[in-house]
Design a protein around this ligand. Sequence first.
Ligand SMILES: NC(=O)c1ccc[n+]([C@@H]2O[C@H](COP(=O)([O-])OP(=O)(O)OC[C@H]3O[C@@H](n4cnc5c(N)ncnc54)[C@H](OP(=O)(O)O)[C@@H]3O)[C@@H](O)[C@H]2O)c1
Length: 312
Amino acid sequence: MEYRNLGSSGTKVSVIGLGTNNFGRRLNTSETKKVIDTALDEGINFLDTSNSYGDTLSEEYIGNAIKNKRSDIILATKVYSKIGDRPNDMGAGKIHIIREVENSLKRLQTDYIDLYQIHFWDNSTPIEETLRTLNYLIDSGKVRYIGCSNFTSWQLSMSQEIAKSLNMEKFITVQPEYSLLNRDIEKELIPACEYYNVGILPYFPLASGVLTGKYKRGENMPEGTRLSENKERADEILTSETYSILERLEIFAKARNKSLLDLAFAWLLANPLVSSVIAGATKQEQVVSNARTHKWKLSKIEVNEVNEILGN
Ligand SMILES: NC(=O)c1ccc[n+]([C@@H]2O[C@H](COP(=O)([O-])OP(=O)(O)OC[C@H]3O[C@@H](n4cnc5c(N)ncnc54)[C@H](OP(=O)(O)O)[C@@H]3O)[C@@H](O)[C@H]2O)c1
């Protein structure tokens, strides 16, 4: 495995991380443990979860799986999502964050979170309040670093400027959707990350499994796969245009004795700002294949060729 700094921090994370939104939803506690144990055996040390995944069960199952290995793992979780019906059961306000961090710590069976991320921008809370609360959590030792997710470039930039002006800890990472099939962040967010030296943690890096090459034009979707169980998402993403791109990407990869899966990871990792690619997995063999993709380093010329296939 190869390791990179987690954003602007001095902490090293595996370039292939493990996403965990299947845990508690499609995987039970023993299946979760098997996937995590395999990931650790492959050198993966970075796990990304949220207080909301699997209706809180993702954190709970992770807590059970890692309790004797906590110090080997860099653990990221998130706060913001609605977790109850009371007025302060969601958002990035002080009351909610302080209550939820305690709940996450309990479920994860740990006394610290390595990376605590604000899952979504909260329009109804001043960002100063959120930043002050996160800084208090760092000072109290419950959180090591802070990050954000689904922020636009102006939201990230403003957060960094306010943190700087108040002499507070800044976000070290941002977690946006990013993959060969969704490059929306390249125009605004990536330049902001470059300017502020903020690491990128791409989510949906495999476009929900489409970039593994297991969905083929004109063929039935393999049983038990994510898209076979989510027709709406399948219709949205598995269009004729998507298949044409996938077929061309596959030819590009095959010409280099690689797979589409290898390319999906290698292309993201060609950007040094990408700290870790947090692909989800439902089976141990998926984690093994994903972990081994990091060996392919794309040259600048190859990245340009791929971007041409994608339509620049
Ligand atoms: N911040 C946010 O708002 C946000 C939003 C979404 C996700 N996330 C995070 O990002 C992580 C990654 O996203 P994701 O897991 O939803 O999507 P993804 O990484 O694009 O796709 C993961 C899915 O692809 C399939 N897969 C993975 N490796 C495979 C392999 N080697 N061979 C065949 N199939 C394979 C599995 O699905 P099947 O086996 O079921 O087909 C797996 O569940 C999440 O787990 C979560 O931690 C964050």
